[in-house]
Design a protein around this ligand. Structure first.
Ligand SMILES: O=C(CO)[C@@H](O)[C@H](O)[C@H](O)[C@H](O)COP(=O)(O)O
Ligand SMILES: [Zn+2]
Length: 197
């Protein structure tokens, strides 16, 4: 296949996955917006974690809360757990890589906070450990997954929200994750600020 056709194929695949994801994910995304906005209004914070591309997504989401998304508003409490290399490397070096997020959740998380747990496979052990620790503290989970949710699906509790992209290819799942993150940011701003004037 020519490069041009490969590119066309990627675009077409991405459009298709997004169309299927809309019907599967619209309701859970709306629920996640309610949970996140309720947390922020009550003075809580939203922590986000994930590996590789999902680490980037965590940081992207936190930046849109702390700085801004599309509308002017007060800064919101968002925190990516994938950014502090000294913390990450010391936990991985002294303990286990599986604990790099859960230790931070234990240190920084408070009852009523929310954890955005991102994994395309749903199987990353460090994200699963973070979910377990968050539950111990009384922190609700918004799980952003794909591939039917992997192992993470089995660790979610009532009150958590599962945003699962109905696709198998990591790249396609990540593309919908970013769209879902922007829907979360837009929805939070809408609930906090109302219709734009
Ligand atoms: O961005 C990509 C692939 O598109 C990679 O960096 C990918 O995020 C990494 O392989 C991650 O370690 C995959 O972890 P997960 O999504 O299965 O939790
Ligand atoms: Zn990627």
């Amino acid at each position: 296949m020519s490069i041009e056709n490969r590119i066309r194929q990627q675009f077409e695949d991405s459009v298709k996955v997004k169309q299927v994801a809309l019907s599967a994910m619209a309701q859970p995304i709306a629920r996640a917006i309610d949970v996140m906005t309720g947390c922020l209004k009550a003075g809580g914070k939203i922590m986000a974690c994930g590996n590789g591309g999902s680490a980037g997504d965590s940081q992207h989401f936190a930046a849109e809360l702390v700085n801004r998304f599309e509308r002017e508003r007060a800064p919101l409490a968002g925190l990516a757990l994938s950014t502090d290399t000294s913390t990450l490397t010391s936990i991985a070096n002294d303990y286990r890589y599986e604990e790099v997020f859960s230790k931070q959740v234990r240190a920084l998380g408070r009852k009523g906070d929310v954890l955005l747990a991102i994994s395309t496979s749903g199987n990353s052990p460090n994200v699963i450990e973070a979910i377990k620790t968050a539950h111990e503290i009384g922190i609700a989970i918004i799980a952003l997954t794909g591939k039917a949710g992997g192992k993470m699906a089995g660790f979610l509790h009532e009150g958590d929200v599962h945003l699962c992209v109905p696709a198998d290819r990591t790249a396609r799942i990540q593309e919908v994750h970013l769209l879902a993150i922007h829907c979360l940011c837009d929805g939070i701003d809408h609930l906090l600020l109302g219709e734009p004037t």
